[in-house]
Design a protein around this ligand. Structure first.
Ligand SMILES: [Zn+2]
Length: 132
């Protein structure tokens, strides 16, 4: 019987998984990128990505790691960070942590006065149908 392998857990959230753990995670996912679901080809750069992001409460441990193409991982990270900033900005505004930028300035009305009075259109009698 094969000896049970203890799950790797990073000592700190920043601890990088050692090569043997990278290999195990890669094999467990059969070399498939967990973001785009395409196989990671030999020679392609790949990262170990946290399935549940650390910032969302995910743990830095083997079961929360999955292989991802470097480009997929970076795109995902950029997207997440953009979303996070937006959420934070909105929340900061809601709780009054930041001053609102102020009112939106209207373009205003033109300074030039209208000189010529336009004639009113001829009134249309509502009795027209009876008058005839
Ligand atoms: Zn991918």
């Amino acid at each position: 019987m094969a000896r049970a392998v203890k799950e790797w857990t990073g000592k700190t959230p920043d601890t990088k998984a050692p090569p043997r753990v990278r290999q195990r995670v890669f094999d467990r996912h059969e070399g498939v990128c967990h973001i785009c679901k395409l196989p990671i080809k030999p020679g392609e750069t790949w990262h170990l990505d946290h399935v549940i992001a650390l910032i969302e409460g995910g743990e830095n441990k083997e079961s929360n790691l999955a292989p991802a193409h470097a480009h997929c991982n970076l795109a995902k990270a950029a997207q997440e960070s953009a979303r996070k900033s937006k959420v934070n900005r909105t929340r900061q505004k809601h709780i009054g942590a930041v001053k609102p930028k102020g009112r939106i300035q209207s373009r205003g009305f033109g300074k030039k006065e209208r000189t010529e009075k336009l004639p009113l259109p001829p009134a249309r009698s509502i009795y027209r149908s009876i008058e005839k």
